[in-house]
Design a protein around this ligand. Structure first.
Ligand code: ATP
Ligand code: MG
Length: 423
């Protein structure tokens, strides 16, 4: 039997899970302020959903999907990202007919990509993402970007770089596409196989190639910003105006692209600029996609969203050495000595828990000293000591672990008394 964890996956052990829960809570708090609501879609979908929704010229679809046939012969894929599933669900459930538009959704859960594992790159990782469907107002672009920035700030990150770009509308993109083809075609033989096949299918993706990123033609490639028509220029200017108004700093990078045909107007990435951060510095990527809903058979509906992984967020927190104050106190630890006391502690423990306290006890039959040590390790605020004598007198000793003070409390009044301490 192979008892090792699969490559590119990780166990989140309790100590680390505390941090995860803390982050998840922060993320949800921020998201709630912006009134994005949670959607939960299946972990697997028909493969076609991703082939079409993510696009078959992308790395994800060409190389990274965990696809399989189920026993009924269906082609299924473990989701590599969230947008395609959300849009599938939006169309299937006719959310375009809901009264409150735009529909503002978020998701959080595991994604699966067959990648070469390295730091910040896993085969199973957790993405949080939002999608706002149904509005083409540049103010919602700014809202989505602000939300992403707020999430990073809420977990204490400071070294962030926001980079934005515009891909323009369909018309602008078509002209830019021609210019790109003319630019790369004469020397496309010097590029990787993927880029060669991208040239006609989706030349924009060449700009995003990780293999050929240092080729001299990359730098001289025609900039999309020179091809924006008036509408697209105005749209991009509005987004920037809103970001300025919100005091959100950014740089414009005309090489920031999203590969898919229906991505348009705003795209953005958030990078960590923390000195200790590894080679992969992108924390979050997002953009506007007008046309994806139609691709899935829905009515023309503009959309914008982003996705970030919790793993890279944690890596950034580590690089910035962010200290987190967890609430990891235990209200009560019961030290019971002798059989009768141990029997009694079963009931006392339940009473404490039923009254809203966190409480635990020894189950290893250890001596007093060892039990006190456990109480310390578990950050207990109070230790309740029950011995045979005390039990006979109908009382317990309660030790305040911070002050070291100890007092007797009548069992009949125990819950009422301790409740006052926590008031
Ligand atoms: P990259 O260029 O790093 O491969 P990507 O373009 O594939 O990223 P997206 O599909 O835009 O990434 O996903 C959004 C975010 O999800 C990324 O910015 C990153 O934070 C995170 N992410 C993507 N792939 C992984 C992975 N394999 N492991 C951990 N996080 C990931
Ligand atoms: Mg990738």
């Amino acid at each position: 039997m192979n008892v090792q964890i699969p490559r590119g996956t990780q166990d989140i052990l309790p100590e680390q899970a505390r941090l995860w829960q803390w982050i998840e809570n922060k993320v949800k708090e921020v998201t709630k302020k912006y009134r994005y609501e949670e959607i939960r879609t299946p972990i697997f979908e028909h493969t076609e959903i991703f082939a079409r929704g993510v696009g078959d010229t992308t790395d994800i679809v060409q190389k990274e999907m965990y696809s399989f046939q189920d026993r009924g012969g269906r082609d299924l894929t473990l989701r590599p990202e969230g947008t395609a599933s959300v849009v599938r669900s939006f169309v299937e459930n006719k959310m375009f007919g809901y009264p409150n538009q735009p529909i503002k959704l978020y998701y959080m859960g595991p994604m699966f990509r067959y990648e070469r594992p390295q730091s910040g790159r896993y085969r199973q990782f957790v993405q949080f993402g939002v999608e706002a469907l149904g509005s083409a107002d540049p103010a919602i672009d700014a809202e989505v970007i602000a939300l992403a920035m707020d999430i990073y700030k809420s977990v204490g990150l400071k070294n962030l770089n926001l980079v934005i770009n515009s891909l323009g509308d369909k018309e602008s993109r078509l002209e830019h596409r021609e210019a790109l083809i003319n630019h790369f075609k004469p020397r496309i033989g010097e590029f990787c196989k993927d880029c060669q096949s991208r040239l006609e299918k989706n030349p924009l993706r060449i700009l995003d190639c990780k293999v050929d990123r240092d080729h001299e033609l990359m730098e001289t490639a025609p900039s999309i910003l020179d091809y924006l028509n008036d509408d697209s220029k105005e749209y991009f200017a509005k987004v920037q105006q809103y970001l300025d108004g919100l005091g959100i700093e950014y740089t414009v990078d005309s090489t920031l692209v999203r590969g898919l045909d229906y991505y348009n107007q705003t795209t953005f990435e958030i990078m960590s600029s923390a000195p200790g951060f590894g080679a992969i510095t992108t924390l979050c990527g997002g953009g506007r996609y007008n046309g994806l809903v139609e691709e899935f058979g829905g009515p023309e509906t503009p959309g914008i969203g982003f996705a970030l992984s919790i793993e890279r967020l944690i890596a950034a927190m580590e690089a910035e050495n962010v200290q987190v104050d967890f609430d990891d106190q235990l209200d009560f630890y019961i030290v019971a000595l002798g059989d009768a006391a141990k029997d009694y502690s079963v009931k006392l423990l339940a009473d404490l828990r039923n009254n809203g306290f966190t409480a635990d006890r020894d189950y290893q039959d250890r001596k007093m000293k060892a039990q006190m040590k456990s109480a310390n390790r578990l950050n207990a605020n109070y230790v309740v000591i029950i011995g045979e004598d005390e039990l006979e007198k109908g009382e317990v000793q309660v030790k305040n672990m911070q002050s070291g003070e100890q007092e007797e409390v009548k069992l009949s009044e125990f819950i009422d008394v301790v409740k006052q301490w926590f008031n």
